[in-house]
Design a protein around this ligand. Structure first.
Ligand code: FAD
Length: 383
């Protein structure tokens, strides 16, 4: 694995750093308090090419390899995880999945719009009754002539209230478990689809999270993404790559924690000296720095494996597991450096703790990542 960035990758990283400094970081606290990111950010993310990274240029994407995607995601995560999540879902879970599994017509219809930010995507897998056990979902799509009629409820859907297209997973036959699941691309304005905002989240408060209720939603048969009955494979392939993006976002959180802790420790004095001069404070800071570096290396390893066409699913679970736990630890250590001031939202570290916490829960909890890794190593499924 070559750890030196190419000129192109370094240029993308700088572009992301500048973008975040101008368009994201100055607003992050206000968006968090308002429980809404300014929606104009979607067009800006599209204009700068971040919503089309790794999507081929012939479909309106900006190209780039997976390491470039990690660099951008890390910078966005450093600025505001709510904004990072918009990209991780619309590009990482939806557009990239259409690029991998879509028909030529589906690619031409959705990819240029998703890459430019003219349209936003969301990923509808989780349901009120099925989270970790996603293959047992209950939403049903029943064939009726040239259409499917869909009924069910989806829970905690990132970008849900803003999205123009839902990558929706529904059961198309009654085979138990994941075998009867199919994927569909459903325009969000299809009659019968209602979106209810989820308020009161601990973190990622700026993000538009929704419950989706589908009542007799009629979708044409050609809206199916991938073969019938292969929807669970579509979902798992999306999530495997998605985990790299979550991990890169976690590196961003840990870096923000390091920056904040270093700055504050140099400024704050107690017992007549800057707190940075105390060994126990240095321990907190050095622990954060090790978490940044280790999480980044695991994440870049996934990008490297993907770009070389190698198996990456176990490495993606390892990176997501480690980086998400590292982000929680790093943010918590930074809060400790801030003392009581870390506990109020005039300072940035409380938000980092809240934003980091969900990373160990979504796209597979830490327990689920361990089961995936354990299955790969032992050959025995413990699910
Ligand atoms: P459960 O599955 O009920 O798990 C509860 C606990 O049991 C966890 O600790 C879990 O680790 C443990 N557990 C479950 N099964 C096992 C087992 N076999 N062995 C050991 N422990 C086990 N979903 C989407 O589809 N699209 C999205 O865009 C999306 N965005 C989200 C955004 C936010 C802010 C949140 C909070 C969630 C989002 N989710 C989304 C849903 C998320 O992926 C699920 O919450 C997650 O998969 C866990 O499911 P659950 O909440 O039902 O918990």
């Amino acid at each position: 694995m070559d750890l030196a960035l190419s000129e192109e990758q370094e240029a993308v990283r700088r572009l992301a750093e500048d973008f975040v400094a101008r368009e994201v970081a100055p607003h992050a606290t206000a968006w968090d308090r308002a429980e809404e990111v300014d929606r104009g950010i979607v067009k800006k993310l599209g204009a700068v090419g971040f919503l089309g990274l790794t999507i081929p240029e012939e479909y309106g994407g900006s190209g780039g390899d997976h390491l470039a995607y990690c660099l951008v995601t890390e910078e966005l995560g450093r600025g505001d995880s709510s904004v990072r999540g918009i990209v991780s879902v619309s590009l990482g879970l939806v557009a990239k999945t259409i690029a991998s599994w879509g028909s030529e017509e589906q690619k031409r219809t959705w990819l240029p719009r998703l890459a430019s930010g003219e349209a936003l995507g969301c990923f509808g897998l989780t349901e009120p009754g099925t989270g970790s056990d996603a293959g047992n979902l209950a939403t049903r799509a029943v064939r009726d002539g040239g259409d499917y009629v869909v009924n069910g409820t989806k829970m905690f859907i990132t970008n849900g209230t803003w999205a123009d297209v839902v990558l929706l997973f529904a059961r198309t036959n009654d085979t138990p478990g994941h075998k009867g699941v199919s994927a569909f691309l459903v325009p969000a304005d299809t009659p019968g689809l209602t979106r209810r905002p989820v308020h009161g989240k601990l973190g990622l408060r700026g993000q538009a999270t929704a419950e989706l209720v589908l009542e007799d939603v009629r979708v044409p048969a050609d809206a199916m993404l991938g073969p019938e009955g292969k929807g669970f494979a579509v979902a798992m392939s999306a999530l495997a790559k998605g985990r790299m993006s979550v991990a890169a976002g976690c590196v961003g959180i840990a870096r923000a924690a390091l920056d904040a802790a270093l700055r504050y420790a140099g400024e704050r004095g107690q017992f007549g000296k800057p707190i940075a001069s105390y060994q126990l404070v240095q321990e907190l800071i050095s622990d954060i720095s090790v978490d940044v570096e280790a999480a980044r290396l695991l994440t870049w390893r996934v990008a490297d494996l993907i770009d070389r066409g190698r198996d990456f699913a176990t490495a993606a679970s390892q990176a997501k597991l480690y980086a998400s736990e590292a982000a929680v630890r790093a943010a918590n250590n930074a809060l400790q450096v801030f003392g009581g001031y870390g506990y109020i939202d005039e300072y940035p570290v409380g938000k980092l703790v809240r934003d980091a916490r969900v990373m160990t829960l979504y796209e597979g909890t830490s327990q689920i990542q361990k089961l995936i890794i354990g299955r790969a190593l032992t050959g025995v499924s413990a699910f």
